[in-house]
Design a protein around this ligand. Structure first.
Ligand code: SF4
Length: 322
């Protein structure tokens, strides 16, 4: 099966300063990332804040230009798209943002917010058709058609995220980057939004790149998961396998951070604690980027950068599996 999205050795660096010797310094937000997403699949992307997940998502939908590497969407290199092809890509590949308070224009009614992308892409000939479509989308996301005349401040955080999802669906996308869509919401609302995204996926055959810092949240919705650390993927695996049998010390640490209500399961689980903050992407450690926090680090880890390789059914970048 051909993937709907193929990311190949993608790098997104931002120039930040020039040293006294005239050498440019770069913030390496995404550093040599490769993975694929298949039709109707959810690929979860997990990692601590500042690991480059959001930059990766934004590069994939062409908010940022990559420094190196390629993104293939439905077999086409998105770096070469122009004119109608680029417009079609922008319609088909959408993004849902983390903060439903900041991502909706407070001065626009809900109807105007949902109709805006239709206007930009020249969909539907009359305002009546657009209004009907907006009302239909509000019903799909669990809101009422008459909410169309209200303003974002009249809604709760969960309802606002539903409005964001309705706006995204207005363009009938086949791929959506969900950039931490539940992190700003109450725990009780998070499951509702995940269920809504799953329902929409089943009905509309959409593929998701679902970004979160909590492995527990990603596990529920994803078929496969990639763990990201300092701009690079350190493990990719089937969601269940990665959750129950993580291989990379960083994935183990992410898993250890999830509380489990059953004390017997908690006791039997291998616990890996990591100290300190994630290093700055301006000064990525030599060799394995995780070595400054890894309890298993060896001398070799400071010299050789481990590459992703197949271990069992997963892909892992760690010298423990050489
Ligand atoms: Fe730890 Fe070394 Fe593996 Fe990196 S390569 S995760 S430092 S053991």
């Amino acid at each position: 099966m051909e993937p709907i999205l193929k990311v190949e050795n993608l790098k997104t660096f931002f120039p930040v300063a020039t040293s006294v010797f005239g050498k440019k310094k770069y913030l390496k937000a995404v550093n040599d990332v490769s993975f694929e997403v298949f039709e109707n699949e959810t690929f979860g992307l997990v990692g601590e804040s500042g690991c480059g997940k959001s930059t990766l998502g934004r590069t994939i939908v062409k908010i940022y230009d990559p420094t190196e590497g390629k993104v293939w969407f439905k077999g086409k290199d998105i770096g070469t798209l122009k004119g109608e092809d680029l417009k079609k890509f922008r319609k088909e590949a959408q993004m849902i943002f983390q903060d439903p308070y900041a991502s909706l224009n407070a001065r626009m009614t809900v109807g105007e917010i949902i109709k805006e992308p239709m206007d930009i892409h020249g969909l539907y000939s009359s305002n009546k058709e657009k209004e009907e479509k907006a009302s239909e989308l509000l019903e799909i996301v669990g809101l009422k058609p008459d909410h169309i005349r209200r303003y974002p401040h009249e809604f709760s955080g969960g309802q606002r995220q539903r409005i964001s999802i309705a706006r995204t669906l207005a363009l009938d996308p086949s791929f959506i980057v969900c950039d931490e869509p539940i992190s700003a919401l109450d725990v009780s609302i998070q499951a509702q939004i995940i269920n809504l995204l799953e329902k929409i996926q089943a009905e509309r055959n959409i593929s998701y790149l679902f970004i979160a810092h909590d492995l527990g949240a990603v596990k529920h919705i994803s078929k496969r998961i990639g763990a990201m650390y300092l701009g690079s993927l350190v493990e990719i695996g089937d969601s269940n396998e990665l959750y129950h049998n993580p291989l990379h010390p960083y994935t183990k640490a992410l898993l250890s951070a999830i509380p489990i209500p059953d004390p017997r399961v908690m006791r039997s689980r291998e616990s890996v604690a990591i100290d300190g903050e994630i290093p700055s992407p301006l000064n990525v450690p030599s060799g394995c980027a995780f070595r400054t926090r890894c309890p298993m680090a060896m001398a070799k880890c400071a010299e050789d950068t481990p590459k992703l390789k197949k271990v069992g059914s997963s892909m892992v970048a760690c010298h423990l599996y050489d």
